[in-house]
Design a binder for this molecule. Sequence first.
Ligand code: SF4
Ligand code: MG
Length: 327
Amino acid sequence: MLQVRDLAVEFRTRDGVATAVDGVSFGVDAGETLAVLGESGSGKSVTAQAVMGILDTPPGRVTRGEILFGGRDLLKMSAEERRAVRGARMAMIFQDALSALNPVLSVGQQLGEMFQVHRGASRKEARARAVELMERVRIPAARARAGDYPHQFSGGMRQRIMIAMALALEPELIIADEPTTALDVTVQAQVMDLLADLQSEFRMGLILITHDLGVVADTADRIAVMYAGRIVETAPVRDLYRAPAHPYTRGLLDSIPRLDQKGQQLDAVKGLPPSLLNIPQGCSFHPRCPVARPVCHADEPPLYDAGPGRASACHFWEELLDDECDG
Ligand code: SF4
Ligand code: MG
């Protein structure tokens, strides 16, 4: 359904040109969930914005690649066609519902507007559909609350309303960028469950962008791990958890808080991601890699085929996998 090929995105900044995304390829099928995982600045949000066609501010620019959606390259469409796709066939869920929703319209009006504008529904019909959607996303007393404004809802309920907005026109693809990051852990789980249920019910493709590997375990089918603008590992979720084929992924897995260590600060991957204005030579991860060798400083690893449905951009992926099977 969605096929991204060799996507590259640049940003012009005061200090030079930053390569935010460099040669990213992935696909998403109907009914499939792809998690895109990475630290902030890894290029995951920029990739999502490029797919949605909302890269215009700040001055980001797609410099290479294709974004095929239902067989057509979105990058070759007119602005008008693109808007039509964005309005009806793909939708985005943002981290912060309060700034994504209109503060001066009741949630019932905002939801209803989707049906009036895009489906030519009457005001009365639109209102009924809005309440239906609110029930769908399990907002208690939906009918009574349709007249409330976004700020009158809790963070978790607002996130549900944004999910309802995204679902309204039954899009083929939803992109959720850190949809639960602002919520506390219990509410996070409820919102993720809801999203997963609706996704399988509607058989949509879902791209779930997150920095939290813990969030994706139960939700995603596949994971793409991004680092410094590239995909460094991609694999079916279970394979990746059982045996990561890249040292960065291994570091991320080690940093997932365990239930028995609740509240404890765990070691994330040591060091900081590189500046996108100055990406290290060779393997971009080498300054932080615990198993780097001399070759890593000079030779940039390609994305190696690492078994069925798997790829890794580490020269030593085979050793890593052997290691994990032995250990
Ligand atoms: Fe580490 Fe080298 Fe693999 Fe890069 S290529 S992840 S530096 S071992
Ligand atoms: Mg982001």
